[in-house]
Write a protein that binds this ligand. Sequence first.
Ligand SMILES: Cc1cc2nc3c(=O)[nH]c(=O)nc-3n(C[C@H](O)[C@H](O)[C@H](O)COP(=O)(O)OP(=O)(O)OC[C@H]3O[C@@H](n4cnc5c(N)ncnc54)[C@H](O)[C@@H]3O)c2cc1C
Length: 492
Amino acid sequence: MPALVIGTGYGGSVAALRLAEAGVDVHMVEMGMAWDTPGSDGKIFANTTSPDVRSYWLRTRTKQPLSNFLGFPLDKDVPRHTGILDAEEFGGIIVYQGRGVGGGSLVNGGMAVTPRRENFAAVLPSVDAAEMYGTYYPRANAGLGVSTIDPAWFETAECYRYARVGRKHAQRSGFPFVFVPDVYDWDYMKREAAGTATKSALAGEILYGNNHGKKSLQQTYLARAKATGRVTISPLHKVTSVAPATGGGYTVTVEQINTSGDTTATKAMTADKVFFAAGSVGTSKLLVRLKATGALPRLNGEVGKGWGDNGNVMCGRANHMWDATGKLQSSIPTAGIDNWAAGGAFAEVAPLPTGIETYASFYLSITRNPHRAQFSWNAATGRVELNWQTAWKQPSIDAAKTIFDKINAKEGTIYRTDLFGTYKIWGDHLTYHPLGGAVLDKATDNYGRLYGHPGLYVIDGALIPGNTSVNPFVTITALAERNIEKIITTDL
Ligand SMILES: Cc1cc2nc3c(=O)[nH]c(=O)nc-3n(C[C@H](O)[C@H](O)[C@H](O)COP(=O)(O)OP(=O)(O)OC[C@H]3O[C@@H](n4cnc5c(N)ncnc54)[C@H](O)[C@@H]3O)c2cc1C
């Protein structure tokens, strides 16, 4: 076959669509499920407040990002299943990732943020920013279906009381407050609020999938890719090896798995070009192992390096009784506090959709964190390890404190200590935004061509060196649009 794409997230979906439009047949291999069939409750996706068999990737106990509430642990036993959210545990960090056709777009908040141009230039200096902001960011935003909440509706919607309280506190402390675009269908959300459409964001759906309203890749890039008739997808198929084939191209070894995660068949596929789009962690793990075990010996020494957590750190604040944040909270965040220039933190005002009044404000901050980790092969355990240290979150906590210490002082409020354990303020054990591991212009050339093995490409979040200053998927999509255009015109 001409082109094989490993993974069906943002990078993979862009590659598949543009290759197919150029007349190239594409096969996509995805380890997760298709997520196109309702369960026994008639719904495809489980609700955030009641995780079930569909919710976690091959775990026997849930691993909820907010592990505790009012002192009570929230996790519970679930049957082992190829569920939608992977809480992948490395030594110093848990990396949350979407599993299934659509990758992270199945589980994420849909916050679709284009970074400030000066910040982008600092992240990827080898990329022509004028081209990105003139052509590829607009193309990505259009392809993803990005739009911003109607500001008039925001002012009155009960489900955004929490965001208005977040704004009031930010502004009283002098911080810039910005609306954040999203891929959620805002007209649909208005109908949810009016009671004329089945509730999804207003029913708390997000972390384990949205049954309505959110435009995941299934509704955008992948739908268009399939409509070309040139793209096929194999769900529940996991790539385990890529090696040069005798006679040219690459042999890709693929394990078919069942919904318990057991291998039921092993297949060999051959492709002229192979696109690594397994996500920052998936792509890095494959490349590091294939280099170390001799399948792709000519990959360079940059493979596995430059990994970061996008500076993710979470916290909650306890408000006074007169600052109720609302029983009904839309699960789709719509606003943020931008203190990047002064304090190195961009904090999204996040929902806490528990169904009860919590008087809590909750935030996911993206911060400027200088630490970068490396993936390496451990031959003894047969695993790829990541050397991130939990203590490396301290610069992120310090950056977040530039916002929340000031707000707490101004409002006379305190941090919540019951959301991530007992008497624990900071959610510093996780990231939603893994980035890097096969960095552009280091492990690859300036368009994602892997050095050492012509015909192999990286086209996902692994290209980005650890931080984007905002939520990453628009940048991943725009960079993929840029790179695939070049690859199609010069390599095919
Ligand atoms: C809970 C959560 C909330 C988030 N919220 C936001 C947000 O609001 N805004 C934002 O910009 N970003 C958000 N993100 C991050 C965003 O989803 C990711 O940055 C993005 O999905 C990464 O895109 P990607 O193309 O690099 O890879 P992914 O989207 O991760 O896709 C990789 C795919 O490859 C598959 N795969 C991996 N290994 C293999 C293999 N060996 N064989 C076959 N298939 C494989 C995976 O199952 C997956 O489907 C969030 C993430 C999470 C987890």
